[in-house]
Design a protein around this ligand. Sequence first.
Ligand SMILES: Nc1ncnc2c1ncn2[C@@H]1O[C@H](COP(=O)(O)OP(=O)(O)OP(=O)(O)O)[C@@H](O)[C@H]1O
Length: 255
Amino acid sequence: MSFVSVRNVFQTYGRRPIIERVDLDVTEGEFISIVGASGCGKSTFLRLLLAQERPTRGEIRIADAPPASEPGLDRGVVFQRYSVFPHLTVRENIVAGEGFRRGWGRFFGAARRAALTRADDTLARIGLDHVAGHYPATLSGGMQQRLAIGQALAARPRVLLLDEPFGALDPGTRQSMHAFLTDLRTETGMTVFMVTHDLEEAFKLGDRVLVFDKPRWDPHDPDVNGATITYDFDARNGGIPFQTLEEKTHVLHPV
Ligand SMILES: Nc1ncnc2c1ncn2[C@@H]1O[C@H](COP(=O)(O)OP(=O)(O)OP(=O)(O)O)[C@@H](O)[C@H]1O
């Protein structure tokens, strides 16, 4: 049985279909990259997995149950814009991430000390232990995004949802974030959904690359149809065999 199951999901805003007939089965621990044209509904699909919205039609199940309506219980989320709290220190941001799991409960006494120790472990894991007492504004973009990922992981979610998490970072920082995310994923065994506009990143990090697109296109009314998953590529092994195919007169040959 699949860990994440999406059955015939439609999402319509007003009379405008955004996504339609989406079917998907994901095994626990898979890394799913999602690509597609701007505005085709990739973030909408993540919001449905996050249960921020209910689908107009169809069903989504995670671990054989409807996704809980608050993040942090089984899903953590990271957006392109740094979603950390500017008025909290780096360490307090991690503790706040854990607070999701406890229904925003406050930590006092021994529970607070234990939470701080766990936060320090997380900070060591994401390489931010040396700036634990700093405020996010004093960190570089890559460090802030690592903090956002650390905060999402503090609640120990089984699913991590990433919406263009590295879109605002320079190429060098992006490369080191790829290595960071790959290590974290190996360490935690979590299931990841990542929306990206970077195809190379999608194939490098993903086990599968899903393409969202409109299967039907009406030139007189481009908004009349929604998008669905038109391709589901096996991207294990860095996209091989796709990268070992050579095009000769429009016919692909293995090399
Ligand atoms: N709450 C909403 N109400 C009405 N329309 C919405 C709502 N949320 C999104 N849309 C519309 O749905 C379409 C899909 O948006 P979405 O953000 O999911 O696309 P996307 O593929 O993630 O785009 P991008 O790659 O540019 O981030 C857009 O045209 C957007 O304007």
